[in-house]
Design a protein around this ligand. Sequence first.
Ligand code: S3P
Length: 168
Amino acid sequence: MKNIVLVGFMGAGKSVVGKKLATLLKRKLVSTDVLIVEREKRPISDIFKDSGEPYFRAVEKETVAEVSKRTDLIIDCGGGVVLSRENLNNLKENGIVIYLKAGAEVILERVKHEKHRPLLNVPDPKAKINELLSIRQSYYEQAHHTIDTSTKTPEEVAREILKLLPHD
Ligand code: S3P
């Protein structure tokens, strides 16, 4: 069975929707961020701080290449995975890629009390969200399907994804 690959901005609901899907489909959930943290034995914020974003992206690329070879998974991807064409091609090889979309206001509301995302740990996170969203929009839109999560519960989003899967 093809992987179900969740892409989208930080706070779009990839992790929580991924968990719901894993339960509903009885499939294994893997997160590229969790795999990176395990591999590096340090949190994402330390990787960014001590080794820089390009290093993080290189580790992310290797992680995506490895996980893309597997099947039957739900894959929760870090928000910047789509920036590499190679990542997206690898993920599409064995997977259905779904873009979970949310507006800047909703994202800000969801992430504002969290401190573990180095890219948003800045004086004006709202401006940063808008800036990154405008850069990334066209990359996210290369997914096979898009679901707007702004006004939906994770359960509703997961059930919408189920409807997109091929039926036998
Ligand atoms: C990033 C998103 C994060 C994490 C890293 C970079 C991004 O993952 O990979 O902080 O570039 O958008 P989440 O989208 O799971 O927060």
